[in-house]
Write a protein that binds this ligand. Structure first.
Ligand code: ATP
Ligand code: MG
Length: 217
């Protein structure tokens, strides 16, 4: 089973991926973890430059999506032969990340829909990477997302003086990304929304893991 965990920034993707992996392993399931983008790999060269703002803010959604798609293609080539040896493959972000972040930049609803169709054709047909069985969308509000990101330590791929990257520093981006994701959850039957907040507070990490496990076991 090929599972993707995605969500806007700081939504708990990595926290949950680790916990879900541990729980699956305790049930004697074998798990292969993928993590995108693969910073420091040659195939993510342009992704790093893009996130550091080296191409400016005018990079359009299709351009940016191609940078990320190339990294996923290379990752698949690298692990392809291993795929069948595992019970679960769990990916931290995947095509869904472009669906969330890049589609969110497009304000017209029809154009957004057309972009998502273009993106899925690019990734699954042109680059022929596999489609996930399920995409778990960790639903947190844009406001909560910003709080959680600030809690995090500085990340290595950013220049030392940047605490938040090109996407995270922009609250409008988070709002648009979240809104776009809500539409995709509605239109894609393989996406599952996990509500991670209750009355303005994050739910317990343990409770969220349990909700995810119910979807994948
Ligand atoms: N349910 C939760 N309640 C409170 N804090 C949480 C919860 N889940 C995650 N966190 C905290 O929020 C921060 C972000 O979590 P994490 O790094 O797992 O998110 P992420 O989605 O992988 O982030 P990024 O988008 O930056 O990669 C961390 O400090 C983590 O400890
Ligand atoms: Mg993360």
């Amino acid at each position: 089973m090929f599972i993707v965990i995605d969500g806007i920034d700081g939504s708990g993707k990595w926290t949950q991926l680790k916990r879900v992996t541990e729980q699956l392993q305790s049930l004697w399931k074998t798990v292969l973890i993928l993590d995108f983008p693969r910073y420091w790999e040659k195939s993510a060269f342009m992704v790093e430059k893009y996130l550091n703002g080296e191409y400016g803010k005018e990079v359009n959604p299709k351009q940016a999506s191609i940078f990320y798609a190339i990294d996923r293609f290379q990752a698949y080539v690298d692990v392809q032969s291993d795929f069948k040896n595992y019970d679960y493959i769990i990916s931290n972000r995947y095509v869904s990340a472009n669906t969330i972040h890049q589609a969110g930049k497009i304000s017209d609803k029809n154009e957004r829909k057309e972009f998502i169709e273009w993106l899925e054709d690019l990734e699954y047909n042109i680059f022929w990477i596999p489609k996930p069985d399920k995409t778990i969308f960790l639903n947190v509000s844009p406001q909560m997302s910003q709080k959680l990101v600030l809690k995090k330590e500085e990340r290595e791929y950013l220049k030392w003086w940047k605490k938040m990257d090109l996407h995270e520093e922009d609250v409008d981006h988070l709002k648009n990304a979240h809104a776009s994701a809500m539409e995709v959850v509605e239109s894609h039957s393989d996406w599952v929304k996990i509500d991670c907040e209750e009355a303005g507070e994050m739910r317990n990490i343990e409770d969220i893991t349990e909700m995810i496990m119910e979807e994948i076991i």
